[in-house]
Structure formats: structure tokens, C-alpha cells
Write a protein that binds this ligand. Structure first.
Ligand SMILES: Nc1ncnc2c1ncn2[C@@H]1O[C@H](COP(=O)(O)OP(=O)(O)O)[C@@H](O)[C@H]1O
Ligand SMILES: [Mg+2]
Length: 231
């Protein structure tokens, strides 16, 4: 579905990505792993067209998408749950959900389906997003992305900084989405939860993909975790 080859990108004169390759097949959950500052969010911003592509290529269903404007790329079916949630604080829960909702590809996500997935959002339907807890804001960010009926859902540190019980709710949600066939690019640090969810992992180190393999291969090489992901 998504094929990214040798991505080069960064901020102004500062190059951050020096050759990122990613392949995501339909219905797969793919992870991007790496320590802080290695280029995970920069990769997401580059895929979404929020940063200029300085080299390499991105194709989505065989169509080149590199160099297109972010709203055009979003319309192709990229749904982003950004790092730090970034809900619209002054809008209500309802307004946040419908602000970007669309269904261009016959997805099954409706407002009711999101409220069924996260009943707390329904309870807080008319509250402004700034009054929500961190966990509720994360649910809102996920609900908002799902309501674009994305073909590829990208989650950038969606469980970061959440209480364990809320975090567990997010993992259940992701497991359900996978069971329903949702294609997902997942950036997270909870390897334990990711092992049974992720079909293919990519490890990024200083803007380069240094390893890729499945969960079993990752578990068989604990030194990879120490070398590239350890604290
Ligand atoms: N807005 C920005 N302007 C300049 N440099 C940035 C910006 N955002 C991130 N960087 C730099 O890019 C590198 C990769 O950052 P990032 O992609 O956010 O890492 P990760 O998501 O893996 O933690 C870091 O060195 C970081 O300091
Ligand atoms: Mg990041």
C-alpha cells in the first residue's frame, strides 16, 4: 500500500532523514521504533507532506505522492494521530470529531461507531476539548482520525504519558482495529504490547533504517533492543 524509498528530509538546512525505507502492505500493522530524536516524527511529517521531500520517493497504491500538499495527501486516505494529540482545544468533542470527518473510500466509521468505541467521548460530547483528561484527548485524537475513514492510520506515540488503565484501553482499541483489517503505522515504545500486534518492525537510528523484521525475529535478538532501543 505504502512504499517509501530512501527518504531524505529535515528542517531547513538541517537534514534529519538520510535514507528511510518503509513498506506497508494492506491490513498490516507496521511499527517504527527508535530512541528519542532518531527521526520517527520527522518520517511521519515527511510521509504526510508536512516537510519537503529532499530526496527519495513515496508511493501510495503505486501512485507517487512525494511533493504533494498535506491536505491532498490526507485526502488519499492518510489518517494521523499526531504526537502530543493536538486536538482543537476550544472546540467541543463533537466539533473536533466532525471537523475533518469524511468517507471517500467506503470506510465504516461513523460518529456513532466512534462513540461506541469510546463511550467517554459520547458522555463529553458537548464539552470543550481542553476540559478533557489526557487520556480522553487521546481517544478524541484517535476518534477524529478514524472518522476520516483512513486507509492508512498513523499513530505517533499515542500511548505516551497515559495512565496504565487508559493505555490499556488504547491497546485494546488497536487490537480491535487490526482484527478489522485496518492498516496501521505505529510509533510507540511499549514493545511488550507491540509484539503480538505488529507484523513488521522497522528500527530507525539517526535518520536511517538500520533493521527490519517481524516480532519473532525482534524477540530473538535482544541485543537489537539494547543497541537501538535501550535506555
Ligand atoms: N521543528 C524542528 N526544527 C528543527 N529540528 C527538529 C524539529 N523537530 C525535530 N527536530 C530534530 O530532528 C531530529 C529528529 O526528531 P524527531 O523526528 O522528532 O525524533 P523522534 O520522533 O524519533 O523522537 C532531532 O534531532 C530533533 O531535534
Ligand atoms: Mg517523535
Amino acid at each position: 500500500m505504502l512504499h517509501a524509498e530512501n527518504l531524505q528530509s529535515g528542517y531547513g538546512a538541517a537534514q534529519v532523514l538520510f535514507g528511510v525505507n518503509l513498506d506497508i502492505q494492506a491490513h498490516q500493522v507496521v511499527s517504527l521504533l527508535g530512541r528519542n530524536g532518531m527521526g520517527k516524527t520527522t518520517t511521519v511529517r515527511t510521509l504526510m507532506g508536512m516537510l519537503p521531500l529532499k530526496g527519495g520517493s513515496i508511493t501510495f497504491d503505486g501512485q507517487p505522492v512525494g511533493g504533494q500538499r498535506p491536505h491532498r495527501i490526507a485526502k488519499l486516505g492518510f489518517g494521523l494521530v499526531p504526537e502530543g494529540r493536538r486536538v482543537f482545544p476550544s472546540l467541543s468533542v463533537y466539533e473536533n470529531l466532525v471537523a475533518t470527518s469524511r468517507n471517500d473510500y467506503g470506510g465504516s466509521w461513523t460518529l456513532d461507531a466512534v462513540y461506541e468505541l469510546f463511550p467517554r467521548l459520547k458522555e463529553r460530547n458537548s464539552q470543550s476539548a481542553r476540559t478533557l483528561s489526557g487520556g480522553e484527548q487521546q481517544m478524541l485524537a484517535i476518534g477524529r482520525a478514524l472518522l476520516t475513514n483512513p486507509r492508512l492510520l498513523i499513530l505517533d506515540e499515542a500511548t505516551e504519558g497515559l495512565a496504565p488503565v487508559i493505555r490499556q484501553e488504547i491497546w485494546s482499541c488497536l487490537n480491535r482495529l487490526k482484527a478489522e483489517g485496518q492498516t496501521i503505522l505505529l510509533i510507540d515504545k511499549n514493545l511488550k504490547e507491540m509484539h503480538h500486534l505488529v507484523d513488521r518492525h522497522y528500527i530507525i537510528e539517526k535518520g536511517r533504517i538500520v533493521w527490519s523484521g517481524n516480532s519473532q525475529e525482534l524477540q530473538e535478538q535482544p541485543d537489537l533492543v539494547t543497541q537501538y532501543l535501550g535506555v
